[in-house]
Design a binder for this molecule. Structure first.
Ligand code: NAD
Length: 485
């Protein structure tokens, strides 16, 4: 298929601009490494201009004094526009990120739902009155935080942009979004749709460029009031350090090394399907990937046999092809890193059950494909047992007792997501309370709604996206104390 290389611009203060340096980044299709778009490589100058525009828009009467119900209507319109443009947006996502079109459509639908959900909350952000001694009145005002900077990774470009863009606008902030340098296409489209939906000039800015230049300039800017960062724990630390210099509010959504725990009484057929999809969806490039599976010894052999057999039949191929069940990983360097982890696993003594290579099919050689890979006999000391691989590699470990599996599941520095498989209510809720993870799913996996809080324990992050709870990251509380004497 021949793809027309699109030349795109970034959105600053309501205008579509090239980089002041004239530099561009070529966006490539991970299934064949052919260029699909040229995007401006922004510099510190554009980062500064975008923050300045957002700062001015914050004080403009058009936005500052807008009825919150009208903000809600704009977000509803944006949600509708995202749905109307679903096919094009899904295509852009797959072309630059590699995931299957079916997955991309799911992500776009999720993004539309996020705008719809927060549209409904825009006029329900309320303060409270607080009882104080007589002849006094005390109340709180919920004000917008101010200029919020949104740093987005490449694994869920549209869904992650939307999940913070939506509450930020609902609460009356102005936003500067920096998509990943690898996958900026859908964020730029979302910028275009925001303007169409009626967002005033400067309220939404999308700056494209590298993390080292544009990202670090944005998170160090004194005029920024809040940073919403989603990415690796390593970059999250750097962002937090930069934010500390100006005492800027941060919300961090970082990495994961998430366990499945399969008890013998579970619906094992269902558990096998979800353990498989929990690691091979999005070619395993997910903060919430179920990259470790702990299986009870009494059902272990049959479970692993079934899982490996099903995994071996998976069809790899370009995300644009209907028949593909798993697309490529996002880049050559990610492919090399993942295959490096496979070598480490073998060297450290884990048993390779399937995959572990690039596929042999000649037509897939020009893309960044990695076979779905399963190791067993993995321990928490091995690199593949404790580090976030961010690829289609599953580590399996046998367990005997509940105490033992809780201790193994909680052993890593991460604590984002965990799946429990059992029909026993007591076991399910006991595990939910003992697992150190921001989200625990029971007989379910890879599920999150715009209405349900999502956030990490330990090095998986600080704060929550989604749900009413996230609004505290996008608002300031002002206390007003009145003497009525
Ligand atoms: P990354 O940390 O390399 O980059 C994320 C973003 O940060 C990119 O836009 C990048 O340009 C920018 N960036 C890089 N250096 C920066 C700096 N110094 N200052 C400011 N911005 C900078 O992450 P990635 O490889 O794009 O994404 C994968 C990681 O994201 C994984 O660790 C994954 O677990 C994590 N993730 C977490 C969640 C979550 O909700 N917890 C969701 C998705 C991905």
């Amino acid at each position: 298929m021949t793809v027309q290389v699109q030349k795109l611009k970034m959105l600053i203060n309501g205008e579509w601009l090239e980089s002041s340096t004239g530099a561009t980044t070529s966006i490539v299709d991970p299934s064949n490494n052919e260029p699909v778009a040229d995007v401006p490589r922004g510099s510190k100058q554009e980062a500064r201009a975008a923050v300045e525009a957002a700062h001015e828009a914050l004080a403009s009467p058009e936005w500052r004094d807008m009825d919150s119900a009208k903000r809600g209507r704009i977000l509803t319109k944006l949600s509708t526009l995202v749905r109307e443009n679903m096919d094009e947006m899904a295509r852009l996502e797959t072309l630059s990120q590699g995931k299957t079109l079916r997955e991309s459509k799911g992500d776009v639908a999720w993004a539309a739902r996020a705008f719809e959900y927060f549209a409904g909350l825009a006029d329900k952000i309320e303060g409270e009155t607080i009882p104080v001694p007589p002849k006094r009145l005390d109340y709180t005002l919920k004000e917008p935080l101010g200029v919020t900077v949104h740093i987005v990774p490449w694994n869920y470009p549209i869904a992650i942009a939307a999940r913070s863009w939506a509450p930020a606008l609902a609460a009356g902030n102005t936003v500067v979004v920096k998509p990943s340098e690898t996958t900026p296409l859908t964020a730029l489209k979302l910028g275009e749709l925001s303007v169409k939906a009626g967002v005033p000039k400067g309220v939404v800015n999308v700056v494209t460029g590298s993390g080292a230049e544009v990202g670090s300039a944005l998170v160090s800017d004194r005029k920024v009031d809040g940073i919403i960062f989603t990415g690796s724990s390593e970059t999250g630390r750097q962002v937090m350090e930069a934010a500390a210099k100006n005492v800027t509010h941060v919300l961090l959504e970082l990495g994961g090394k998430n366990p499945h725990i399969v008890f013998p009484d579970a619906d094992l057929g269902r558990a096998v399907r979800y353990v498989k999809d929990g690691i091979f969806t999005n070619a395993g490039q997910m903060c919430w990937a179920g990259s470790r599976a702990f299986i009870h010894e009494s059902v272990y052999d049959g479970f692993v046999k079934d899982l490996v057999a099903k995994t071996k039949t998976m069809r790899l191929g370009p995300g644009m092809e209907e028949s593909s069940e798993m697309g490529p990983v996002v880049s050559r360097s990610r492919q090399e890193t993942i295959l490096g982890y496979v070598k480490d696993g073998i060297q450290e003594g884990a048993k390779l059950m399937c995959g572990g290579n690039q596929p042999a099919e000649p037509r897939l050689r020009s893309g960044n494909f990695v076979e779905p890979t399963i190791f067993e006999e993995v321990t928490g000391e091995m690199k593949i047992g404790c580090e976030e691989i961010f690829g289609p590699v599953l580590s399996i470990t046998k367990f005997r007792t509940t105490d033992e599996v809780v201790s193994m599941a909680n052993e890593t520095e991460y604590g984002l997501y965990a799946g429990v498989w059992t029909k026993d209510l007591k076991t399910a809720h006991d595990m939910a309370s003992r697992l150190q993870a921001g989200v625990v799913t029971i007989n379910e996996f890879l599920i999150t709604f715009p209405s349900t809080p999502f956030g990490g324990y330990k090095e998986s992050g600080i704060g929550h996206e989604n749900g009413i709870e996230t609004l505290r990251h996008y608002t300031r509380t002002k206390n007003v104390s009145v003497n009525l004497n």
